[in-house]
Design a protein around this ligand. Structure first.
Ligand code: TYC
Length: 113
């Protein structure tokens, strides 16, 4: 066996072998956002953020106020399946309580690794 360079190996029969690059990539991340509306009570939104996104009361209140003033806000970042599932569960939970609150998943800005 001889080593031609860093990428190729040559065995005794002259066969060249190249090591394959790793196939696994980091999964793309999705952020779960809540959208503002004029009807859902602030207290309901704060409690929902605490319950579904495991935020402290203080942090949940800050996120709710950001949504209220800016139109939307990020509650958490997950892989795609988890983000889509969480968004659907949260929207359904709000509907079950007769509130029009909308929750959606969107691709997070991928900063280079
Ligand atoms: N704008 C709502 C109100 O004034 C409060 C609210 C905040 C609603 C965040 C939705 O995602 C939301 N009662």
């Amino acid at each position: 066996m001889s080593d031609n360079n860093d990428d190729f190996w040559q065995d005794d029969n002259g066969t060249l072998t190249q090591e394959a690059p790793p196939k696994l990539k980091k999964p793309r991340l999705y952020q779960v956002v809540l959208l503002n509306d004029d009807y859902t009570p602030m207290e309901f939104v704060v409690e929902l953020i605490e319950q579904f996104f495991y935020k402290s009361r203080e942090n949940a209140t800050q996120i709710m106020l950001k949504i209220h003033t800016e139109g939307k806000g990020v509650c958490g970042v997950y892989t795609e399946d988890i983000a889509e599932t969480k968004a659907a569960i949260v929207t359904q939970y709000a509907q079950d309580h007769q509130h029009p609150l909308m929750c959606q998943a969107e691709p997070a800005n991928d900063d280079k690794d």
